[in-house]
Design a protein around this ligand. Structure first.
Ligand code: PRX
Length: 579
């Protein structure tokens, strides 16, 4: 079905980006840096720009964080409160011997201490690695071991996960236990009480004067081969977070902003910490999980004005229908954005119908660090399109050689001219892989897309086998590697199959070793095994036994063929298929 564009007034809006074309001509990164309080000489620190810069202004006592716990507890923190608390944590790290560049991970729910630890680490010159609290032991181990993390901040609930793999983490020197409920907990040898350490630390700290190129953030993301790779960002990335939060999310001083993402995902740091706070905006952080009623209650209670969420959540809200919407006063909302997966045109239009506001889709990646393609307040929305490139961004659709730009309407590889400040700097310890993502001046995104005559980009799919389930990328290889660790499994092939709610669900095909027979019991056991080792989202929803998996002559499992057979699509070229 063809959807009519949602027309906007393209020039007279009061949006921060009042005129897209003019913005493209006039925007400069120099202007963005001029608004910062850098240390000069190319030195800047994300945490200083995000928090401490505001302490010298009228924003000092403004509420930075409205925290709503999963159980209904509430807390508020001003910029000044956060400044002092993050100073304390920076001192705690300094006392623990943390040096510039050392990796400090957090493994917690969305509690205030998570945000304080992340920002405090940046102040101390450390590199942050935020993890989802849903990770299992292997997922935690892979990430901490890959970049030799020295410090971990976690809770009594999650330390059990860490205990299983602690012997495989020789670089991990100190674990801080956040025990906000003062549960009975006996600290082990390398563990320290977060609360005690914070109480004993000074709330004054001279922020480490990092250079714009010093590493600041590592987020792990999936590829087709190998374990998750650590995408590394430098302090300079704050320029991208700040500018896109201002011009794409359109944040203004009076906004109450809510980003539903967890800091374990890059959206939850770039736009759940850095971008909004760099703009001096009050934001809501909700510890609880998804629930239509629960979410609408948050919007109503805090009078959220700008809301940034994801397509899977929007589709779940659509499924919940209008009844829960009618129970709440959502009139505070003025602007809504979405990211992470293709946003169906129906969802854009649904927003318009039920909230009187469309969702503004935007596109970016862990690697790009900040939004690259977007729908803006003043630009007409073509429902189903990701929008147009951010003012300083050059995006193109390239041919299969990554050499020539393709004309409008033709499907090809989405590429970006490299060089924006929040561009990733490397994959940790995988410089060759990093280099392989570039061709001449182009960064090859790994997505396929088209561009239309008006310069709007339309997502087509991934160019590789990476699965996008509910906005989270899952590498099939990671899942296959875990499955074949099960004593009964000989081979495994993992694919994503289309799903109306979460975009793709993970389906695994396994063949069994001699002596094992397919049974429901075995199926359950393999699923249970996978659950223990993988991130909850990466566990196969469906599992099927096959006598053998289709492989190339060189022994590589042909996921493409598994997918074609599963979906009843043409099998394509099978000349390399093993006899
Ligand atoms: O395939 C694209 C999809 O998500 C990928 C990036 O995933 P990740 O690094 O986890 O995301 C970080 C922050 C968004 C992209 O390569 N993707 C993201 N946004 C969109 C999207 N696909 C379609 N439409 C989008 N708006």
């Amino acid at each position: 079905m063809q959807y009519e564009p949602i027309l906007k007034n393209a020039t007279t809006g009061e949006a921060n980006l009042a005129d897209y074309d003019k913005g493209r001509q006039e925007f400069t990164w120099k202007d963005i840096y001029n608004g910062f309080d850098t240390f000069g000489d190319g030195k800047l620190n994300i945490a200083h720009e995000v928090i401490d810069r505001h302490i010298q202004t009228s924003l000092k006592d403004k509420i930075a964080l409205y925290w709503e716990g999963g159980n209904g507890d509430t807390e508020t923190y001003s910029f000044n409160d956060l400044s002092k608390l993050t100073n304390r944590f920076a001192n705690v790290l300094k006392d623990s011997g943390i040096q510039k560049g050392d990796r400090v991970f957090t493994f917690m729910d969305r509690i205030p201490e998570n945000y304080i630890a992340l920002l405090g680490t940046l102040k101390a010159g450390g590199v942050i690695g935020p993890l989802f609290s849903a990770f299992g032991p292997e997922a935690v181990k892979d990430r901490l071991a890959d970049c030799d993390a020295k410090v971990l901040v976690t809770t009594p609930k999650l330390i059990k996960v860490v205990d299983e793999i602690i012997n495989d983490l020789p670089s991990l020197k100190t674990i801080f236990i956040v025990n906000r409920k003062s549960e009975a907990y006996e600290l082990k040898e390398n563990e320290k009480s977060y609360e005690n350490a914070m109480n004993n630390a000074s709330d004054e700290f001279d922020v480490v004067q990092t250079s714009k190129d010093d590493y600041a953030i590592i987020h792990y993301t999936s590829g087709t081969t190998g374990k998750p790779k650590g995408v590394v960002h430098a302090h300079q990335a704050i320029a991208g977070h700040y500018a896109t939060a201002k011009y794409v999310l359109d944040l203004s001083p009076d906004d109450i902003y809510w980003c539903t993402a967890d800091p374990g995902w890059v959206t939850g740091t770039s736009y759940g910490i850095f971008g909004p706070w760099a703009n001096g905006i009050s934001q809501v952080i909700y510890e609880g999980g998804f629930g239509a009623g629960k979410w609408y209650k948050v919007i109503e209670k805090y009078k959220v004005t700008v809301w940034y969420t994801a397509p899977t959540a929007i589709r779940m809200l659509m499924k919940a229908g209008e009844k829960p919407i009618k129970k709440h006063d959502l009139s505070s909302l003025r602007y809504m954005c979405s990211v992470g997966e293709p946003l169906n045109p129906e969802a854009v239009v649904w927003g318009q119908q039920v909230f009187g506001l469309p969702f503004h889709d935007n596109w970016w990646q862990t690697e790009t660090g900040c939004i690259q393609i977007a729908n803006y307040p003043v630009q007409d929305i073509k429902p189903g399109s990701m929008g147009r490139p951010f003012p300083s961004v050059s995006a193109a659709i390239l041919d299969d050689d990554f050499t020539n730009e393709l004309p409008p309407g033709q499907e090809g590889h989405l590429a970006l001219k490299s060089g924006w400040p929040s561009m990733f700097r490397t994959y940790w310890n995988k410089e060759d892989l990093y280099q392989s993502r570039f061709k001449d001046d182009w960064y090859i995104t790994g997505d396929k897309a088209t561009k239309d005559e008006d310069g709007y980009f339309w997502f087509v799919g991934r160019a590789d086998d990476v699965i996008n389930t509910g906005g989270h990328l899952v590498g099939p290889f990671e899942v296959e590697s875990v499955l074949i660790e099960h004593p009964a499994v000989a081979e495994a092939g993992v694919i994503g199959i289309p799903d109306p709610l979460v975009m793709e669900v993970i389906k695994a095909f396994v063949s069994l070793k001699d002596g094992y027979e397919p049974s429901d019991e075995l199926l359950k056991d393999i699923k249970k095994f996978a659950k223990k080792k993988l991130h909850a989202l990466a566990c196969p929803r469906q599992l099927q036994f096959l006598d053998g998996l289709p492989k190339t002559k060189s022994g590589k499992i042909m996921r493409r063929l598994l997918k074609a057979r599963e979906l009843g699509l043409p099998e394509g070229d099978t000349s390399t298929l093993e006899e």
